[in-house]
Ligand binder design. Sequence first.
Ligand SMILES: *Cc1c(COP(=O)(O)O)cnc(C)c1O
Length: 397
Amino acid sequence: MRELPPTAGLPLHFGDLRPGSAPFAAQAAAWLGVEHLQLECSGTAALVVALHAISRLRPDRREVVVPAWTCPLVALAIHRAGLKPRLCDLAPNHYDMDATQLAAVCSNKTLAIVPTHLAGRVADVATANTIAHNVGAYVIEDAAQAVGAQQDGRSVGLLGDAGFFSLAVGKGLTLYEGGLLLACDPALREAFAASHRAIIKSNPSMDKQRALELIGYTAAYRPWLLPLAYGRPLRKALAAGDPVSAVGDDFGPEIPLHTVSDWRQAVGARALLRLPAFLEATRQQALRRIQRLRQIPGLTVFADAPGQQGVWPFLLVTMPSEAIRDSALHTLWTAGLGVSRLFIHALPDYAYLRDVVPPTELPNARSFAARSLTITNSPWLRDDEFEKICRRLERAR
Ligand SMILES: *Cc1c(COP(=O)(O)O)cnc(C)c1O
């Protein structure tokens, strides 16, 4: 029995877990070529801290514009910061926001726009900047899935006013949970630090819980143990007709806000040394594999435009219709080959977000949710297994 993870996470070594402490955020900043990174306990917490800070700077503005197809935690973070999500539909058959829609939903109520670098791809931050600066809003890049991605040789997160990365399980480098927050302007950086001091507390019992989770992840993240840790709960949720919990989209309203222990930072600092080579190897693998995917009629593969160098945790594709996508997933989702879906719904279609996001007409986001699937870019997916996936995609009707 073998089960592949849905994303290319950097495996931890037991040697990473020895005691110690290290300036993890400073080392990550040096690697990314950014001046400073603020460590938080999750990507969501990083966004809460950033929103808390800028809503003090612009108390008259309450709306945060996000793509309608994104991580539900983004909507929960906005709600937690006492603000309102305002949804922007996607461009047709694209993961990025539609520029015309974006201009239409922004106004003098807009506090921030959140362009989102999904699947390691680089989003159009320049358009968000132009629109934001016209209405006096900030741009916060959601780079949760894109640590290491670059535009014109510079890290994502530096194109707008601020940005954040996630260090959660499944997003590349992981501390089990963690986030990094970035701002270019020293005044904004100081506002983020002040927010951290105001709302983030140490929490020894969360430190203990996360330490155990990180050890468990280190032990279980290998193809012969993932049937237990990932495959079994996945099959159970799918059998129960619950795709939202199958992909781990089922978030509660509580957002943990606490500091990250010295030990977890030391673990991250050790793993960070292996990250550049891992990202390069997965990049080479992805560039080869998207060539093969492009031969499949009707499939759309998302890749880099000139000037962009994204990262490749998984390959994001869309199919011509929901029926064809579902026919492909029918056998592939539970085949142990790391084929899955990203977000199950457009944000208003999650039952638990009913009081958080407004009902909105979002044809493109709903269509994207219905027609997309993901293929792991884990180095554990062998070429013959990848070819098997491609054949099934070709046969889907
Ligand atoms: C995972 C994710 C987040 C939240 O990050 P966490 O570290 O899990 O809190 C935000 N945005 C996107 C697009 C994500 O994929």
